[in-house]
Design a protein around this ligand. Structure first.
Ligand code: GLN
Length: 482
């Protein structure tokens, strides 16, 4: 059985355990599970110092639920004085001079970061095989991928090493690994969580969020991460809801849209069966199912795989060997410096995306690719707007298959991109979505995705929590994990 953040917080307050002991346990567990390759950097010294400070706060009985709770940051969030690699050779020795806002926020509530989680390089990937530091293994089956790009975060939570981890989701990178690893992952509305200090992949899609065992745990963490930040021009000042109080609302009357397009061809039968059973469970909880259509759903992958690489090619232009990051040795000219630095510093998938994105943005092709993809993006967003006129949330599978084998898709980029078929539309529309464990297929976890209108994170957390009160899928742990 898993222990919730609220239970850990209570144990800390009742002095049943200290933050220092809890942190030591997490560090030991991380070291014992080194085979998962889920951490890039373990910060045991920093973590134990933070835990001591948390113990002092606990002794005074001050602070929120997260005081003294150990966790990990995806290695895309800049951490002052602690190397931040984005799983790239380009940043393998980069030590940021400042903290990301999310890092400040979680340090501000005295949660204890034990280190930096492995991920796909620059968050590009769906399997965590694109890391300069090697692939992460799925705790449910070490021969399988944990999903990507927040695969290290997901594996560490699924293996019971930490109760939560931060992640980012540009096209599914929180929800897809959450689904593959049998945990809960929340991608908030675009702009709800600050992007300041979060290394950019595709800026109009990137979104920080949380991976944890349950919706209740996600609610506690989102409470710390949500809010306006003047240092991020796209950060919203919409009021932050009380995510924790919203959990208890009964679901009677909730209208769940079941999109035909999400349950049709291309979805494994085992996944479809789990989703249907989960929908029945929602009916038992008082929800009504409404058949809906998202007619442009099939255009999400092509639009995303033009827009995301286009933005990436622009964002990654900054890694030029001049200012920071990797630099090739003995350049013979400026051009040689740029080309060798970038050829050495970036992995194959990152280079592929830079090439695709630069091509799509080049004069003569801009209208045909980038502009058209932006128009499709608007159509996809309109599909959701129309659907939310008659339903409160939209349900479907998070992924078309269960976690696939390491190496199975790594030589075939298009097959890899197809793994994102159910997640990328949400980012194109800027909406919040959650993936929650809903059952098993082939002995592996299956995720149910719920999508809501902008800023309705409380509704998603509520719907997921009520499901988790009635089921125990989220409490299942891989064999060998207590
Ligand atoms: N798999 C998608 C991609 O490779 C999404 C990644 C993400 O959300 N960061 O772009």
């Amino acid at each position: 059985m898993s222990v919730s953040i609220a239970q850990l917080a209570q144990a800390l307050r009742e002095r049943k355990i200290s933050a220092t002991d809890l942190t030591r346990q997490a560090i030991d567990a991380a070291q014992q599970c080194a085979d998962l390759n889920a951490l890039i950097t373990l910060d045991d010294t920093g973590a134990l110092a933070a835990a001591e400070r948390a113990d002092r706060a606990l002794a005074k009985n001050v602070g929120s639920t997260l005081v003294g709770i150990p966790f990990v940051h995806k290695d895309i969030f800049c951490t002052k004085g602690i190397r931040t690699t984005c799983a790239s050779r380009m940043l393998a020795d980069f030590v940021p001079p400042y903290d990301a806002s999310v890092v400040e926020q979680l340090a501000g509530v005295q949660a204890v970061s034990i280190g930096k989680a492995n991920m796909d390089e620059f968050a590009m990937g769906s399997s965590n095989e694109n890391s300069f530091f090697g692939a992460v293994k799925n705790p449910w089956d070490a021969a399988r991928v944990p999903g990507g790009s927040s695969g290290g975060s997901a594996a560490l939570v699924a293996a019971g090493i930490v109760p939560f981890a931060t992640g980012t989701d540009t096209g599914g990178s929180i929800r897809q690994p959450a689904a593959f690893c049998g945990i809960t992952g929340l991608k908030p509305t675009y702009g709800r969580v600050s992007r300041f200090g979060m290394i950019a992949y595709a800026s109009s899609l990137d979104c920080g969020g949380v991976l944890a065992r349950s919706a209740e745990d996600c609610a506690h963490v989102l409470t710390a991460m949500a809010g306006h930040d003047a240092r991020d021009a796209t950060s919203t000042n919409a009021p932050v809801d009380d995510y924790v109080s919203a959990l208890t609302k009964p679901l009677a009357g909730l209208r769940i849209g079941v999109a035909r397009e999400y349950l049709g061809a291309g979805i494994d039968a085992g996944i479809g069966a789990v989703v249907q059973a989960a929908l029945k469970q929602y009916e038992k909880l008082g929800a009504t199912l409404v058949d809906i259509s998202l007619p442009n759903a099939a255009l999400a992958i092509p639009a995303y795989y033009v827009i995301a690489p286009a933005e990436a090619s622009s964002n990654l232009a900054r890694y030029d060997g001049v200012r920071y990051g990797h630099r090739c040795t003995d350049p013979t000219s400026l051009e040689d410096l740029y080309t060798r630095t970038r050829a050495e510093g970036f992995g194959a998938e990152v280079q592929r995306r830079i090439l695709v994105g630069t091509y799509a943005l080049s004069a003569g092709y801009y209208d045909a690719y980038y502009l058209r993809a932006q128009r499709v993006r608007r159509l996809i967003a309109s599909d959701f707007t129309d659907a939310f006129k008659t339903v409160d949330v939209i349900a479907g599978p998070t992924t078309p298959t269960v976690a696939f084998k390491l190496g199975e898709k790594s030589a075939d980029p298009l097959a890899m991109y197809a793994a994102d078929v159910n997640t990328v539309a949400v980012n194109l529309a800027g909406l919040p979505a959650i993936s929650l464990p809903a059952g098993f297929s082939e002995g592996l976890p299956v995720g149910l995705q719920l999508i809501a209108p902008a800023f309705a994170e409380a509704r998603l957390l509520n719907a997921a929590h009520q499901f988790q009160l009635a089921t125990d899928w989220h409490a299942r742990m891989p064999e060998g994990v207590a």
